[in-house]
Ligand binder design. Structure first.
Ligand SMILES: Cc1cc2nc3c(=O)[nH]c(=O)nc-3n(C[C@H](O)[C@H](O)[C@H](O)COP(=O)(O)OP(=O)(O)OC[C@H]3O[C@@H](n4cnc5c(N)ncnc54)[C@H](O)[C@@H]3O)c2cc1C
Length: 437
């Protein structure tokens, strides 16, 4: 990998997400060599991916080059690499560009979509975890409307304009709200020759509340907002199958749709060599102690979504959210300094929950802060402010802000472009087309 051998200890971080970047920023100005490996050369601000999928933002306003974030640190090295395996005995990682030895290793690999073993749904549904996936979804949504224009069959048109989102967590709810606003404000203008009033946005949730984990008030208000926007909210319903055309559920409810969006859960993104059963908890997360140390290793750590730190008040580990990753990254930075430079013993991690929020649409959001809970316009304003604050890079903040003002004033989302057409993979048989033929 052409990384120079120095007298400094080498800390290898796998993953340039919220946790990995927070850690690298802490360490790279110290007397140690920090090597960050990521399969993308950019950091993704995942909370705004749904705005890319729905044409509200361009992808480059929510992604930022990792090299640029850390360019001013002389001891920092980045390599664009997919880490394939970890050899804990030989203290080295194997990647698609070669091998690298480490003194200390930190896994900050995040999470991936969890289909709970349902291969059919995995093969046929859309997901939104990365920028390319968000762009795929954006293309498919627009392609569906283009295709709907070409058919005389109302059934087929309905299936193309029917969207089913599985999972009513923040991602599902935000996506449903954005699609409902597109239906209301954009489709009638873009497709005057199509009866877009028949477009349906459905959100399906297995439990009896949406935004589980937030307060009852937030959940009830969010449902109310969604219904006012015309979204069909289906609770106590579990999606069990989707063959690319028909969605089946545990109830009598079925949907015919060209687009099933799976937002029903994630699990830890582990790496070969550090994925033995005894290291993991349900949810495929790596068990760590209160210093984020992986069980059985002094020099291997895990932070963020991939790590599970069980504490008396968090029996299932911390929530898989950006704040946890950011705080664990920064905290581990301080601890590694103490450990490597022998500046006292490591301190246990304590999570400061700053609150949870979700936006449902224009002027509509719900915010649960530790002391206050509020909904509506002010919540929406706070949601925007917080997201702008945490975006990396002045340019991105400025671009997102200008886009939001423009979209708000003009009731528009101009990034509705099919730049890279999405072709459903072979397994994703478009049965609608087959039936027509
Ligand atoms: C659509 C969506 C919306 C979200 N909305 C919110 C929200 O509103 N608020 C909130 O707090 N949280 C939200 N989250 C969750 C939040 O984004 C995660 O909790 C957070 O990103 C976790 O940070 P992390 O550093 O652990 O991992 P990530 O930020 O996911 O970063 C992991 C990094 O590791 C890299 N990587 C993984 N495996 C490898 C490998 N083998 N080799 C090389 N590189 C690898 C990836 O490319 C990635 O850059 C959302 C998540 C999604 C998907």
């Amino acid at each position: 990998m052409n990384i120079p051998q120095t007298s400094y200890p080498r800390v290898v971080i796998i993953g340039g997400g919220f946790g990995g970047i927070a850690l690298a920023k802490k360490l790279a100005k110290q007397e140690m060599q920090v090597v960050l490996l990521d399969k993308h050369n950019y950091h993704t601000f995942q909370p705004l991916l749904y705005q890319v999928s729905t044409g509200g933002l361009e992808p480059d306003s929510i992604a930022y080059p990792i090299r640029k974030i850390l360019s001013k640190y002389p001891n920092f090295y980045f390599r664009l690499a997919l880490v394939e395996a970890i050899d804990t005995a030989k203290k080295k990682v194997s990647t698609d560009i070669g091998e690298l030895k480490y003194d200390y290793l930190v896994l900050a690999t995040g999470s991936r979509t969890n289909f709970f073993g349902n291969k059919e749904i995995e093969a046929n549904s859309m997901i939104m975890k990365t920028v390319p996936e968000a762009l795929n979804l954006r293309s498919l949504i627009l392609e569906n409307f283009e295709e709907a224009l070409l058919t005389d069959s109302l059934d087929e048109q309905d299936a193309l304009m029917n969207f089913v989102i599985v999972g009513a967590g923040p991602t599902g709810v935000e996506l449903a709200g954005a699609l409902a606003e597109i239906k209301k404000g954009i489709l009638p203008k873009d497709y005057p020759d199509l009866d877009t009033r028949r477009a349906q946005i459905n959100i399906v949730q297995s439990g009896d509340t949406i935004l589980k984990g937030m307060s009852d008030k937030a959940s009830i208000k969010a449902e109310d907002f969604l219904e006012k926007l015309g979204v069909n909210v289906w609770k106590n319903t579990r999606v069990i199958g989707y063959d690319g055309d028909m969605v089946t559920t545990t109830t009598d409810l079925t949907f015919r749709t060209a687009t099933l969006i799976w937002a029903a859960g994630v699990h830890g993104e582990t790496v070969n060599g550090l994925d033995a059963k005894e290291l993991l908890v349900p949810g495929n997360r790596i068990k760590v102690n209160q210093y984020n140390q992986v069980t059985g290793f002094d020099n291997i750590f895990a932070i963020g979504d991939v790590a599970c730190m069980v504490t008396p008040d968090m029996p299932n580990g911390h929530p898989m959210v950006a704040q946890v990753a950011l705080q664990q990254g920064a905290h581990l930075g301080d601890n590694l300094l103490r450990l490597i430079e022998k500046k006292g013993s490591m301190k246990p991690f304590a999570y400061h929950d700053k609150g949870t929020m979700a936006t449902i649409g224009r002027n509509k959001a719900v915010v649960d802060l530790p002391r206050y809970k509020f909904q509506g316009f002010f919540a929406w304003f706070v949601w925007m402010f917080v997201h702008l604050f945490f975006l990396i890079g002045f340019r991105n903040r400025a671009v997102v802000f200008i886009n939001w003002v423009y979209n708000y004033v003009r009731f528009d989302r101009e990034a509705r472009l099919i730049i890279r057409p999405y072709k459903k993979p072979k397994m994703k048989v478009n049965t609608m087309k087959q039936k027509k033929a």
